[in-house]
Design a protein around this ligand. Structure first.
Ligand SMILES: NC(=O)c1ccc[n+]([C@@H]2O[C@H](COP(=O)([O-])OP(=O)(O)OC[C@H]3O[C@@H](n4cnc5c(N)ncnc54)[C@H](OP(=O)(O)O)[C@@H]3O)[C@@H](O)[C@H]2O)c1
Length: 352
């Protein structure tokens, strides 16, 4: 095949506040060779995962992974198809989850981070960026390891999930409800999303945090207070839930999207509730549990087959639309997992 035209999107400028798609990113065409070294595969990207964490990766600060460098291809988790392989573990046509960023093609060195996708029961490959990807694993480990839901769960356990109609939140809410039988209250940013949470996902209550009476509604919905709060948003919602935290309650600090674009983020005002209620608030990063991914994926696959976990995707088409789609994630334009579709499976051979 030789040299192939490859569209890439690179980080051009670090945003100070909101992402400005045209200034923050640059789209470029480069040429990529499919010549492979030992244990390398040549892949074509099918789907790109868009994640709020990307905003953090653009900041040049101490974090859990290094920042994306200026002029570097924007980092992402992707589902890709192997076009050519120089590894005994993969053959042309295989589907893999891999981190090759915002580009159409890549040469990837095979490592533990290249995960072979086995589709089952009509579950599409893109699910491996959602319920069966880092998103679903985040919900699983946040609830199990930080929330200790296996100990605390059951009908007397009240669980509140913020960002509940999003990718991670919708999985966390369903696990709490349909696997552990808790009373689950989802918080989301529109009435349509609240309908989705109750009617489609079967939550007990859903609250729109943009409603003027949200904090009153939160109190009314939590008469026995909150045993576990799975927080994806931070900000005022976190404060509202701190005020309702139960004795020995757990706050799982998964994310704080409401603060990611802030130049000077503020902390929670009601953190003293942690003292009075002997409650615990703890952050985590999904990668901490990499050794346990296998067991978690077995559980999650089973829950999908048993109808306990449903998934929804918001798909934007075309790699050139990734920067705008990332911005729209911060505006709540997605329900479920936000993805960019770059190419169709199997169309590669005819294109090259
Ligand atoms: N700790 C970890 O290892 C880990 C791993 C993955 C993700 N995360 C975190 O988990 C959270 C969810 O990530 P995701 O990938 O599942 O994204 P997501 O929830 O699918 O999408 C983000 C959602 O956040 C909501 N949102 C945006 N701005 C908001 C604001 N100011 N206040 C309240 N809600 C707001 C929007 O929904 P509404 O319409 O409801 O506002 C939007 O749909 C993020 O904070 C992310 O950083 C953590």
């Amino acid at each position: 095949m030789g040299a192939i035209k490859n569209t890439q999107i690179v980080l051009a400028d670090r945003p100070v506040a909101d992402i400005e798609p045209k200034k923050t990113f640059r789209i470029q065409q480069v040429s990529i060779s499919d010549e492979l070294g030992p244990n390398e595969i040549f892949v074509k990207v099918l789907y790109i995962s868009l994640d709020p964490a990307m905003r953090g990766w653009m900041r040049d600060i101490r974090s859990y992974i290094p920042p994306v460098k200026i002029d570097e291809v924007m980092r992402s988790s992707d589902v890709a198809q192997v076009i050519k392989s120089n590894s005994p573990a993969f053959k042309a046509g295989d589907l893999v989850r891999v981190s090759c960023g915002w580009q159409e093609y890549a040469v990837v060195k095979v490592s533990n981070d290249v995960f072979k996708i086995e589709t089952f029961h009509g579950v599409p490959p893109s699910t491996y960026l959602g319920v069966l990807g880092l998103t679903g694993l985040t919900a699983y480990f946040g609830l199990h390891e930080v929330g200790e839901i296996a100990k605390k769960g059951g009908p007397n356990c009240t669980v509140v999930v913020s960002g509940a109609a999003g990718a991670t939140g919708s999985v966390a809410a369903q696990i709490a409800k349909h696997v552990f039988g808790c009373r689950v209250i989802g918080i989301a940013g529109s009435n349509d999303k609240c309908d989705y949470l109750v009617k489609d996902l079967g939550l007990d209550v859903a609250l729109n945090y943009k409603s003027k009476t949200f904090f009153k509604e939160l109190s009314a919905a939590t008469p026995k207070l909150i045993d576990i709060f799975f927080d994806n948003t931070g900000g005022d919602i976190l404060d509202g839930c701190l005020r309702r935290i139960a004795f020995k309650g757990r706050i799982i600090v998964c994310g704080a999207i409401s603060t990611y674009n802030d130049v000077a983020p503020k902390g929670p005002a009601y953190y003293s509730a942690l003292i009075t209620q002997r409650a615990r608030m703890e952050g985590f990063i999904v990668f901490d549990y990499a050794k346990q991914y296998g067991k978690a994926l077995e559980d999650m696959s089973r829950w999908i087959k048993e109808g306990k976990l449903k998934s929804r995707e918001t798909v934007v088409h075309g790699i050139e639309n990734a920067p705008d789609a990332l911005v729209s994630l911060f505006k709540g334009d997605n329900t479920g997992k936000m993805l960019v579709k770059v190419a169709d499976e199997d169309s590669t051979k005819s294109k090259l």
